[in-house]
Design a protein around this ligand. Structure first.
Ligand SMILES: Cc1cc2nc3c(=O)[nH]c(=O)nc-3n(C[C@H](O)[C@H](O)[C@H](O)COP(=O)(O)OP(=O)(O)OC[C@H]3O[C@@H](n4cnc5c(N)ncnc54)[C@H](O)[C@@H]3O)c2cc1C
Length: 356
């Protein structure tokens, strides 16, 4: 409903982490693999590099759940990972200032996806296959009919054989039945200046994507600077902890105290790089109560499928989620293993959580 490539939702800001040794749940691993293969195929098709495989490094206290669950996924699916001792962390990654009990788990074949180039390449490829992309067009209602779905927009009515709704933070505006299931939160992502002279480099040759487990506090993570995006430095952000909002009410201005809080995190964890915050922007998470996505056929109509609640970790799996949703809308079943992402057997947010 905005210009293609807008920054009002959840899919802007240079880079998104992709990793396969998934601590969130091993059932995501086949979806990540499928998606990575298809991003690779898109790279070949458009002749562009859309992913940087600089590795991902999870940092946590020895024995932390984050490390054991990721190592478990890696074992189950034969994903290459390396345990990094405290001494090796100090030697190989002098960027960090870590507590004594911290160790690392490196996944060398993981890394980051280039967001804007990937979306542009996807759209080009879709157009070449006959897709019509309507920017600045708002869907106002979906009505299930005997032979498909009537889509009403602010410009025209469209009769479709089947529909996939992937409306991000606006999902419950379009499909109110999802309101108790989805929380939209305001997240701030920031980019750092190049490190001071003589300080460890923040480029992908020397720094993987990283995530630090802070126990009860939400994890802090970062992405190295992208050599193909020289206007943006390395990224730092907190995964979670955002204030509940709506896409129409949210302020998209970053406040000075929010920048100061992220600078304090850079000072605390990346102290040796002596980096300063250069820019920051607001992005939205749309999360479910259990942090798992919703991918299912809608109760609104058999020819409507929904992808929602990507809970701050969905970008890396977008190709698989899209493919599964298309199959669900067209045929009522999919060859991809997404049954665990339907709402069956899961709970929405409690009233208390909704009001907080
Ligand atoms: C700061 C931040 C960091 C993240 N980091 C990672 C990461 O490292 N790895 C990872 O895998 N994921 C990450 N994510 C999550 C990932 O980026 C999101 O899950 C994903 O981009 C969400 O895509 P989406 O299509 O659901 O939503 P969006 O990209 O917001 O798209 C929804 C679209 O629907 C359109 N729309 C909505 N309603 C209507 C309507 N009525 N009519 C017409 N159009 C409509 C909107 O205009 C919008 O373009 C991160 C997210 C954020 C915010």
């Amino acid at each position: 409903m905005f210009d293609v490539g807008h920054a009002n939702g959840s899919s802007h800001g240079g880079a998104r982490v992709t990793r396969s040794a998934y601590f969130e749940h091993p059932d995501y691993v086949p979806l990540i693999r499928w998606s990575t293969e298809h991003i690779r195929a898109l790279e070949r098709e458009v002749g562009e590099s859309l992913m940087e495989l600089c590795g991902t490094l999870l940092l946590a206290e020895r024995g932390a759940d984050l490390l054991t669950s990721s190592a478990g996924s890696a074992r189950q699916f034969g994903i290459a990972t390396q345990h990094i001792s405290r001494d090796d962390l100090r030697r190989r990654y002098p960027h960090f200032d870590l507590p004594e009990r911290f160790v690392g788990l490196l996944e060398p074949d993981a890394g980051f996806i280039r967001v804007e180039p990937s979306l542009a390449a996807t759209q080009r490829s879709a157009r070449e296959r006959g897709a019509r992309i309507l920017d600045n067009t708002k869907v106002t209602s979906l009505t299930s009919m005997d032979d498909g779905v009537l889509i009403r927009t602010n410009r025209e009515d469209i009769r479709a054989g089947a529909v996939v709704v992937c409306a991000g933070s606006w999902s419950s505006e379009l499909l109110p039945e999802y309101r108790p299931w989805l929380h939209v939160t305001r997240q701030v992502q920031a980019w750092l200046s190049p490190p001071a002279d003589g300080a460890p480099s923040l480029s992908p040759e020397s720094l993987p994507c990283w995530l630090i487990d802070r126990g009860a506090a939400a994890p802090v993570y970062g992405i190295p600077s992208d050599p193909s995006d020289p206007n943006r430095g390395a990224k730092i952000a907190v995964h979670g902890e955002g204030v509940i909002t709506t896409p129409s009410a949210v302020s998209r201005q970053v406040r000075p105290e929010e920048s100061a809080a992220l600078q304090a995190l850079a000072d605390r964890w990346l102290g040796p790089t002596r980096s300063t915050l250069e820019t920051a922007s607001v992005c939205l998470y749309t999360s479910t109560a259990d942090g798992h996505f919703i991918v299912e056929r809608s109760r609104h109509g058999p020819r409507i499928a929904v992808v929602a609640g990507l809970s701050g970790h969905g970008f890396k799996m977008a190709p698989a989620l899209g493919h599964a949703a298309v199959e669900l809308a067209l045929h009522g079943r999919t060859s991809l293993p997404v049954n665990f992402l339907s709402r069956r057997g899961r709970a929405p947010f409690s009233d208390d959580a909704r009001q907080s």
